[in-house]
Design a protein around this ligand. Structure first.
Ligand SMILES: Cc1cc2nc3c(=O)[nH]c(=O)nc-3n(C[C@H](O)[C@H](O)[C@H](O)COP(=O)(O)OP(=O)(O)OC[C@H]3O[C@@H](n4cnc5c(N)ncnc54)[C@H](O)[C@@H]3O)c2cc1C
Length: 605
């Protein structure tokens, strides 16, 4: 059971963790392994344990309409986009790991090594694998499942020891193999070791899935429930952190002494003896810093918060992954159960029943992936690269501190060093503008742009903690992003002409026959794309002079004992779904905080 207010208000704890999400619960479990240390987690949302809408798989996106499950952020500038309201993060224990799409992927090793290259000793692939192995609990599927799905794990380096269950969903349709074969026929190859350093190619990715109960495995089941009995771990839900309380040390550095939090409409205080750890996610961690007087002085002056540390990088360098769905209507004779069925209330009820017995749509997952460099998809890749390079060189003097170093790496990736183009097979309709036809089933290929050059900002617009920060993502501001994306969509549409997919589909629903030439394609993308909810960078781990907010020990510059430990610290977003990386960051952070971190050398050592 979570704690009562009385156990928290005005009490003292060694560590106060602000946000009980993916990283927060991981960190809490690791720090409280030492019974001599007291740990408090404050989570703004509810406990949400045993909630079937969280536990039952294949409910992708359904949480967005439920305020108990997700935060909804309106973005500031969205250009022509029609889905600005589609901006969500997880709320309640488990955070985004409780509402995410459960896909388990990892970046190319060189992209993690890039963190070290950007000035962060110890943040490299070797340490990444070491720390992620503490979370990851891979369950190898049966020999029968492997044979049926052409799976081979000999070259995959996966840990079986962690508490987070990672495996394949109970139902894998034969259609997934056909989609995979189509991609191979289109020129891609099987990725030899996609979850151990090089995801280039096609593969079936596991999910965060418990194969016994056919339910979601997430930060709550892996790190909170098994440890909630610990006497030194206190978790208070419905407690929203307003700001960090600080004092100034004689040397001009500020030190955290606790936090102020909102509970049931009133403000309370919890005191920290050692550290305050911000794990509120990329939209909210910079918000808490700014409300605490740590941030860009112009922003703090504007919202009337006294400046304690002038730290211009807070809320800057925000990066996103974005996707757009190309949907194909399936032929009626194709055997492929898709989530389209769930639009019929009677079928939806039937599949809830089926789930209880370990079958039906709710035992499916999103598993079909390919990651490639642009050169594998388009003959225009060199032209696009040269044009992006010219632009970066021309504007070199105009970029904010640190961005040029990031762009140099991004150009290298664009030329093929790491795969930024992703295609995901989604069993159902997920696209616009043409709506699904009742009774029809769809396959959508989600075309995801993972190495966006555009950068956004997330800043407080008021000193009122209950007012959400303003998120200005500046999507597609850098034209290379759209150039790359157009080529990816062209490649994807052409899959309809390649067997065996050709034989499965009746027609292309979106973008549809109205979208023919390149100008129309560009307009369609600008209108109907959507975030992939992987926001990073808003509290970047970089040297301070490069726009950094935290140092390589994740400590906020100018403070003695405030750290940020969540996806916001990643200064340059990689080409993978980020939950695995968030767990790895939290695991490494726990060792750093405990004083146990012995870095394994990486490329820069
Ligand atoms: C819809 C969706 C689908 C996704 N799909 C995938 C996927 O399939 N695979 C994948 O790898 N990744 C996926 N992701 C991304 C991944 O889940 C997240 O990047 C990751 O979980 C973020 O972890 P975090 O610890 O940074 O933040 P979160 O897990 O979001 O945790 C932040 C926590 O802080 C709490 N909080 C916020 N403000 C306050 C405050 N002021 N006081 C107290 N608590 C506060 C929040 O309620 C939340 O619980 C998805 C994300 C979303 C939203």
């Amino acid at each position: 059971m979570t704690a009562s207010l009385d156990a928290v208000a005005n009490k003292f704890f060694d560590y106060i963790i602000c946000g009980g999400g993916t990283s927060g619960l991981t960190l809490a479990a690791r720090l409280s392994e030492d019974p001599a240390v007291s740990v408090l987690v404050l989570e703004a949302g509810g406990e949400n344990t045993d909630d079937p809408d969280i536990l039952r798989p294949a409910l992708w996106g359904s949480h967005f309409t439920n305020q108990a499950h997700s935060w909804t952020y309106q973005t500031v500038s969205v250009g022509d986009a029609v889905y600005p309201w589609f901006r969500h993060e997880g709320k309640g224990l488990g955070g985004s790991s409780g509402i995410n799409f459960m896909c388990w992927t990892k970046p190319h090793a060189s992209e993690i090594d890039d963190l070290e290259k950007l000035g962060n000793p110890g943040w490299n692939w070797n340490n990444y694998e070491k720390y992620l192995s503490r979370t990851e609990g891979f369950i190898v599927p049966s020999a029968d499942v492997q044979k049926r799905n052409n799976m081979c794990f000999e070259t995959w380096k996966m840990s079986k020891d962690g508490p987070l269950k990672v495996t394949y969903p109970g139902t894998i349709d034969e259609a997934e193999l056909k989609i995979q074969q189509t991609l191979i026929n289109a020129g891609l190859s099987i990725a030899p070791h996609p979850l151990s350093g090089d995801p280039t190619g096609v593969f079936f990715a596991p999910n965060t899935y418990d194969p016994i109960t056919h339910t979601r495995s997430y930060a709550t089941t892996a790190f909170y429930l098994p440890n909630r009995h610990r006497e030194n771990l206190t978790v208070l839900v419905s407690a929203s952190v307003n700001r960090v309380r600080t004092e100034m040390l004689p040397n001009g550095v500020i030190t955290a002494v606790g936090v102020e939090f909102e509970y049931d409409g009133k403000e309370y205080v919890a005191n920290s003896k050692k550290e305050v750890l911000l794990t509120a996610g990329a939209p909210k961690s910079p918000h808490i810093l700014e409300l605490s007087g740590i941030g860009r002085k112009e922003i703090l002056n504007k919202i009337g918060v006294p400046v304690k540390v002038d730290l211009p990088g807070v809320g800057e360098n925000a990066q996103e992954h974005v996707f757009i769905g190309v949907s194909f209507e399936l032929r009626d004779d194709v055997e492929f159960d898709t989530v389209d069925l769930l639009r019929d209330p009677a079928a939806a009820a039937e599949h809830i029943e089926l789930h209880a017995s370990g079958s039906g749509i709710h035992t499916k997952g999103i598993i079909g992936f390919s990651f490639t460099p642009l050169s594998m998809l388009s003959e225009k890749s060199e032209e696009i690269y040269q044009s992006a390079k010219r632009k970066v060189e021309q504007n070199a003097g105009k970029y904010p501190p640190g961005l040029m170093e990031q762009y140099e790496i991004q150009l290298d990736r664009l030329r093929g060093r790491a795969p930024g183009c992703e295609l995901i097979s989604f069993p159902g309709y997920l696209s616009g503008p043409n709506p699904p036809v009742p009774g029809k089933r769809y396959l959508s290929v989600l075309v995801a742009m993972n190495h966006c050059f555009s950068r956004g900002t997330i800043h407080s617009s008021s000193s009122d903690p209950l007012k959400d920060p303003e998120f200005d993502p500046r999507y597609l501001e850098e034209e290379v992003d759209l150039d790359v994306w157009v080529e990816m969509v062209k490649f994807t549409r052409n899959l309809a002409n390649i067997e065996p997919l050709k034989n499965m589909i009746a027609l292309e629903s979106n973008p549809g026959p109205e979208v023919q030439d390149e100008a129309q394609l560009r307009d369609w993308i600008k209108k109907y794309f959507c975030t992939t909810w992987h926001t990073a960078g808003s509290c970047s781990m970089l040297p301070k002079a490069s726009g950094g907010v935290v140092d390589p020990e994740l400590k906020v510059y100018g403070t003695n004992n405030i750290r940020v430990v969540d996806l916001s610290v990643v200064p340059l977003l990689f080409g993978a779904h980020p939950q695995a990386t968030v767990y790895a960051i939290a695991e490494q952070a726990a060792d750093i905080i405990k004083g146990n971190f012995v870095p394994m050398s990486g490329v820069v050592a």
